[in-house]
Ligand binder design. Structure first.
Ligand SMILES: Cc1cc2nc3c(=O)[nH]c(=O)nc-3n(C[C@H](O)[C@H](O)[C@H](O)COP(=O)(O)O)c2cc1C
Length: 181
């Protein structure tokens, strides 16, 4: 199985990345191939709405930036694991920009170009102690993958001041999620 792991925090040892890295370990232990992307090391812009991915018939977004290799791999991928910190009540800005670019997976008639059933999971972190506080927001973020015929496996939320790495319950869930892909 080919797994794409997209780390969405500028804090590479931060909470959301720590959880995702644990899931990646599980996936590798299960024998899966994992390709990793650090969004804060990548240079890319927002969708310009040029629609060359639609009327132009282009398979992936024509913007020549660091997201292009990711979209090319997505056509061969079986799973996508994404992480993001909560910034002002939603996944951080670069991850919203990244998600917007998935517009290129739809054709003129809103048909999805990638194969159906790619598994997706989200790993989010927030300062707010109440874990349920932003649940709707995270569900909304992951729903955009589901609208592209992907299958949502789970959403893990780290909340509050205890670092994710010191939360054995969450770390175990993350590992098992990756191992069970
Ligand atoms: C710019 C910014 C805005 C934030 N806004 C919120 C917020 O609205 N709600 C919240 O619960 N936490 C908020 N936080 C706290 C982070 O979500 C929290 O520290 C999280 O653990 C960071 O995840 P990371 O370690 O994966 O980067 C904010 C942090 C930053 C830097």
């Amino acid at each position: 199985m080919k797994v794409l792991a997209v780390y969405g925090s500028g804090r590479k040892e931060g909470n959301s990345s720590t959880l995702l890295r644990r899931a990646v370990q599980g996936a590798r232990d299960a024998g899966h191939q994992v390709l990793e992307y650090e969004v804060y090391d990548m240079r890319f812009g927002g969708c310009t709405g040029c629609r060359k991915c639609k009327e132009g018939g282009e398979k992936v977004c024509v913007l020549q930036d660091d997201l292009r290799p990711y979209f090319e791999e997505l056509y061969q991928a079986d799973a996508v694991l994404v992480s993001a910190p909560n910034h002002t009540g939603q996944p951080c800005g670069p991850m919203i920009t990244y998600l917007n670019r998935h517009y290129c997976l739809l054709d003129t008639d809103w048909n999805v170009k990638v194969k159906p059933g790619i598994k997706v999971a989200g790993f989010f972190s927030q300062g707010q102690l109440d874990e349920a506080c932003y649940q709707q927001t995270y569900r909304g973020f992951m729903a955009d993958y589901q609208r592209r015929n992907m299958e949502l496996i789970d959403i893990l939320v780290h909340s509050g001041p205890t670092p994710a790495g010191e939360r054995p319950d969450l770390m175990q869930r993350a590992y098992e999620l990756g191992k069970g892909l």
